[in-house]
Design a protein around this ligand. Structure first.
Ligand SMILES: Cc1cn([C@H]2C[C@H](O)[C@@H](COP(=O)(O)OP(=O)(O)OP(=O)(O)O)O2)c(=O)[nH]c1=O
Length: 634
């Protein structure tokens, strides 16, 4: 498929879609492109009469939308993009260009013009390749240091070199003869208001359409097929004669990040458009100029090293994490779930936070794909709705809270851990151990919320990695809130499950339980698996436990389990995946714990060393590996 190889070319680039259109986001996401959404602030006010054709207007508007985002991100170091994609969809009937209706009357005027007639839908697309050439050398990254949150004396002197590839696509659409009543019924549905021409062919508006000649997705807002051909043309390999380098010193200056806000950030002045011809002047509507820098990089003529996007992303990753944790701590996603979308000022009012910095936080959350910005303000994206709203079924709010309150501190002491070998986790978990969780109820609850939200992601995978129906009873050692126990009871209707955990944990587990028949087969027993007798069970379960203990403790625990397990009984171990021996685990799970990352084979050998045979290994999602061993007769 032409897109797959091209996706590979874009995979390590920072791609930004400069559009608030959910349709465009969906079309590109479904095609497998990874990108961030940074809606453009370009005001679509180009003078239509100054364009020779409707599609020239659409292409120029698309270009200005993309250049505005490229310029803003370059100036603000939100995330230095490699590629910015802009698009603009218009409906043309006769010489008239129809954009989004301003009100119902306007929608009626448009639909009446389209009624019973054939019209064209044009989508202009601009692909802007950015190469930052600022005084601090190539590349810019997320620079959210304290200073960058303070008003800047002046924007950086840096210059943004861009190379623009642009094209348009035309689709012909014919409306049926529509009654006045039907038109108003459609208008009152509200659907027309955010769509060019006042209709949405992909939804109710499909009822108005008699036929479509051409790319359907182009009508919805993004000509995916043409876009793929354009990318293929750009990356395999560009022909020198197609290259046209355009330098945009005229990128419209915008205020510093600090001062940028909806009311202040005017659109870029059309007069400052790119040098060179207006968009779309060529008859075939397909004017591509691949970037020369790209051609040089692809053909080895450029001696400079490839841009270290991944490394810079690694260097700045912690800032993005802190932005996420701060937004979670402020319950930003909860407020937007209940009352969104909201303008930045309204968010600041509801959170009782500083308006300027709230605007910045919202902007970065949008750049991180956690929020989407539309004319009506900021709203949660799908991932935020699923995982960042605190009462959501799949919420990871607890994990964010715990990482921010505790794990963050652990990593600030990484240097000490490396120099002195001290296990900094003990500094946190240890503190929890020594002062006993019971003396710090809030800490215990935060720990349990974190473990609960993380376990929810993998509990089903762990419970179903192997067929456990031969066991009548199971004991989940360190089972915390019982999320895995619940999954086991759900999956195996015969199974009785015991959750064995510290008293201060089991006494708080009630708050995490949800109803359901399977809870009748789950019991919580307080105890310490290093000191107290283990509850009797056919199957013992250790999920994300071994990783937290040094070898001496780990062998002590496995030895106690082996002694408690009758011949034919089982031990199920679920741990973070370490691909090969000694490899470090996925950083997202490593908490600097005292345990060693273990490969599946190392786990296999560990169980065999403690008397388990027929040891099998499986994967649980891309987070955990699951190992099941059967206790051999002594
Ligand atoms: C004709 C037609 C348009 N549309 C939509 C696609 C676009 O989202 C919108 C045209 O307005 P645009 O200005 O192209 O895009 P937008 O305002 O939605 O987003 P942005 O400017 O941030 O990129 O109309 C449909 O969804 N279905 C249709 O049938």
């Amino acid at each position: 498929m032409v897109l797959c190889p091209v996706i590979g070319k874009l995979q390590h680039k920072r791609v930004v879609l400069a559009s608030a259109s959910p349709r465009r986001q969906e079309i590109l996401s479904n095609a497998g492109l990874r990108f961030e959404v940074v809606p453009s602030r370009f005001k679509e006010k180009l003078h239509k009469a100054s364009f020779a054709t409707p599609y020239a207007y659409a292409v120029e508007t698309a270009k200005q939308k993309a250049l505005e985002v490229a310029g803003r991100m370059h100036q603000k170091d939100l995330r230095a993009p490699d590629v910015v994609i802009g698009a603009d969809t218009i409906v043309a009937v006769g010489a008239m260009i129809l954009e989004k209706p301003v009100d119902k009357q306007d929608a009626y005027r448009m639909l009446s013009r389209l009624n019973g007639k054939e019209h064209s839908v044009f989508t202009g697309v601009a692909i802007v390749h950015c190469c930052s050439k600022d005084i601090s050398g190539p590349g810019r990254t997320l620079r959210l240091t304290l200073s960058s949150w303070a008003p800047r004396a002046h924007p950086t002197d840096g210059r943004l070199d861009t190379e623009v590839s642009e094209f348009y696509e035309e689709t012909t659409v014919k409306f049926s003869e529509l009654s006045e009543e039907l038109l108003w019924e459609y208008i009152n549905s509200g659907e027309p208001m955010d769509k060019a021409g006042g209709y949405g062919i992909q939804a109710l508006g499909g009822m108005l359409v008699e036929y479509v000649h051409g790319d359907f997705l182009n009508v919805v807002g993004f000509p995916l097929n043409h876009f793929c051909k354009e990318l293929a043309r750009l990356y395999y390999p560009p022909r020198p004669e197609d290259l046209r380098r355009v330098r945009h010193d005229s990128i419209p200056a915008v205020d510093t990040f600090e001062n940028l806000s909806d009311s202040e950030a005017g659109g870029s002045d059309p007069g400052q458009s790119a040098k060179g011809g207006r968009g779309g002047e060529q008859a075939d509507g397909d004017r591509s100029q691949a970037p020369r820098a790209l051609d040089a990089a692809l053909n080895g003529a450029d001696s400079r090293p490839p841009f270290p996007t991944g490394l810079l992303e690694l260097m700045d990753g912690f800032k993005a994490s802190k932005v996420l944790f701060t937004a979670c701590k402020l319950r930003l996603f909860d407020v937007l779930k209940d009352q969104g979308p909201l303008q930045a000022a309204d968010v600041a009012r509801k959170l009782s936070t500083c308006a300027g910095r709230t605007e910045q936080l919202l902007g970065v959350c949008a750049a991180l794909g956690l929020l989407e910005k539309t004319r009506r303000g900021y709203g949660n994206t799908e991932v935020a709705t699923l995982h960042l709203v605190s009462d959501g079924e799949h919420s990871l709010q607890g994990l964010a809270e715990y990482n921010d309150a505790h794990v963050w501190g652990v990593f600030t002491r990484l240097g000490l851990a490396v120099r002195e070998g001290a296990d900094q986790t003990r500094g946190v978990l240890g503190a929890m151990e020594e002062e006993r969780l019971s003396q710090n109820r809030e800490l215990t609850l935060q720990f349990m919320r974190a473990k609960h939200s993380l376990s929810k992601l993998t509990a089903h995978h762990v419970a179903t990695a192997f067929d456990l129906s031969r066991f009548a009873s199971a004991c989940d050692l360190g089972g915390c809130t019982g999320i895995l126990a619940r999954e086991l009871a759900q999956e195996y209707p015969r199974l009785q499950v015991t959750v064995f955990d510290l008293p201060e944990v089991t006494e708080l587990s009630g708050g995490f339980q949800r109803g359901g028949r399977q809870t009748e087969r789950i019991r919580f027993v307080p105890g310490d698996f290093f000191k107290d007798s283990l509850p009797e069970a056919d199957l013992y379960v250790l999920s994300r436990i071994l990783q937290d203990w040094p070898d001496d403790k780990l062998h002590k625990l496995l030895s106690r389990i082996s002694s408690s397990c009758r011949p034919g009984g089982g031990l199920l171990v679920a741990e973070a995946v370490a691909e090969e021996e000694g490899a470090s685990r996925s950083p997202r799970l490593r908490t600097l714990s005292a345990g060693q990352p273990r490969s599946p084979d190392e786990h296999r050998r560990l169980l065999q060393r403690h008397g388990f045979r027929d040891v099998r290994v499986a994967r649980a999602g891309d987070l955990l590996c699951v190992v099941l061993g059967t206790r051999a007769a002594p």
